[in-house]
Design a binder for this molecule. Structure first.
Ligand code: NDP
Ligand code: MG
Length: 371
């Protein structure tokens, strides 16, 4: 039986995750109604989406927040009382304030944006506990862990995040020094937005996901490990106290975890979603990450362990360095170098409030605007 129609507010609807969310919504008009759409600079696509889904509210770009009702911010959209589910699919640090606003407002949140939990995980999860908000992971690894933990009691012994290894998996440092943004934007198994694609190539993405997992599942850093799994079929694994392990598998298609976050606790039959064909899979392989060649992974894990404002600085520094790499101003290996230098220079604040987190991010952005 189909339940009540879920009213959705989608932030970042013009991006990769946002568009795929709308693909699911399009298939189930009796289940989902879009009441708010927010995008960045792609006005033409946002207008087309608004025409198709007829939300009451549309909002584009931070500079020119507008809506049919008058001015409205991403934070206000994230906290809309009438929304049953808020999908946060904006990229980068722009997700911090809306995610916190949704958490404070007690919303049910389908969270794709990982940078918000990286920078402000303590505040967001704390606010969610206080308000009764629910965080439903969209990131495929975290959706996998969430599914593996269903029906389990207590903490798992270990979480193992899988990583495809990106397009440069077996490259040397010398070879990496010469890669271009075009090469880095060609991910072998996932089709994603630019920032997360570059983060996947540097393995920063996996480091950010370690911090994301720490906050989502309240698991200590020393119980989270990473393994390279180039086929991207196992989306992550959990090991329990008795040595038993669970893994979640599926084709690498983000619509699967997006749909699960939308429909949870139900699973909707969807014949458009791809099925795994085991006879076509030749092998599932695994290797340890190369921390020396891909230093971003270690930088992120260390920033996570150190806590305080370190992860916020890491996230802002990575965003700045990735933008410079995409503009052709720095080489691939310099992304990690820049992030490392900025982390070294940072004087941390141990228990930061949201003002501190935004301030350190702003300081990092100023460093990038100067050079
Ligand atoms: P995209 O770059 O494709 O899309 C980002 C979206 O955010 C766009 O709608 C963009 O608008 C909007 N946006 C960016 N900055 C702002 C801003 N300041 N104000 C308002 N809107 C803004 O990214 P993805 O969809 O790939 O990723 C979104 C998030 O999900 C990221 O945090 C990423 O790490 C995470 N994620 C993505 C996965 C994927 O497969 N793509 C997988 C797992 C996690 P516009 O384009 O109109 O400018
Ligand atoms: Mg992921």
């Amino acid at each position: 039986m189909v339940g009540a129609v879920k009213k959705l507010a989608i932030l970042g609807s013009t991006g990769s995750i946002g568009r795929q969310t709308l693909d699911i919504v399009r298939q189930y008009p009796d289940r989902y109604k879009v009441i708010a759409l927010a995008g960045g600079h792609n006005r033409a696509l946002l207008a087309a989406q608004a025409e198709e889904f007829k939300p009451e509210i549309i909002c584009h770009t931070v500079a020119e927040e507008e809506s049919r009702r008058g001015k409205i911010t991403l934070e206000q959209i994230a906290a809309l009382p009438e929304a049953d589910l808020v999908v946060i699919a904006v990229s980068g640090d722009a997700g911090i304030l809306p995610t916190l606003a949704a958490a404070r407002a007690g919303k049910r949140i389908a969270l794709a944006n990982k940078e918000s939990l990286v920078a402000a995980g303590s505040l967001i999860t704390g606010a969610a506990v206080e308000s009764g908000a629910t965080l439903l992971p969209v990131d495929s690894e975290h959706s996998a862990i969430w599914q593996c933990l269903a029906g389990e009691e207590g903490f798992p012994e270990r979480i193992i995040l899988t990583a495809s290894g990106g397009p440069f998996r077996n490259y040397t440092k010398q070879k990496l020094a010469r890669v271009t943004p075009e090469q880095a934007l060609k991910h072998p198994s996932w089709n994603m937005g630019k920032k997360v694609t570059i983060d996947s190539a540097t393995l920063m993405n996996k480091g950010l996901e370690v911090i994301e997992a720490h906050w989502l599942f309240r698991i200590p850093f020393d119980r989270i490990s990473v393994v390279i799994h180039p086929q991207s079929i196992i989306h992550s694994m959990v090991e329990f106290a008795d040595g038993a392990m669970k893994a979640q598998l599926g084709c690498p298609d983000m619509r699967i975890p997006i749909q699960y976050a939308l429909s949870y606790p139900e699973r909707l039959a969807n014949e458009r979603l791809p099925r795994l064909d085991f006879s076509a899979i030749k092998a599932l392989t695994f290797q340890a990450p190369d921390y020396d060649t891909f230093p971003c992974l270690k930088l992120a894990m260390e920033a996570g362990r150190r806590g305080g404002t370190y992860p916020a600085v890491l996230s802002a520094a990575d965003e700045g360095a990735v933008a410079q790499f995409l503009e052709g101003r720095i080489g691939f290996n310099e992304i990690a170098q820049k992030v490392a230098v900025i982390l070294d220079e940072h004087s941390p604040i141990e228990r930061p409030g949201i003002g501190d987190i935004l301030k350190v991010g702003e300081e990092v952005r100023r460093k990038f605007s100067r050079n």
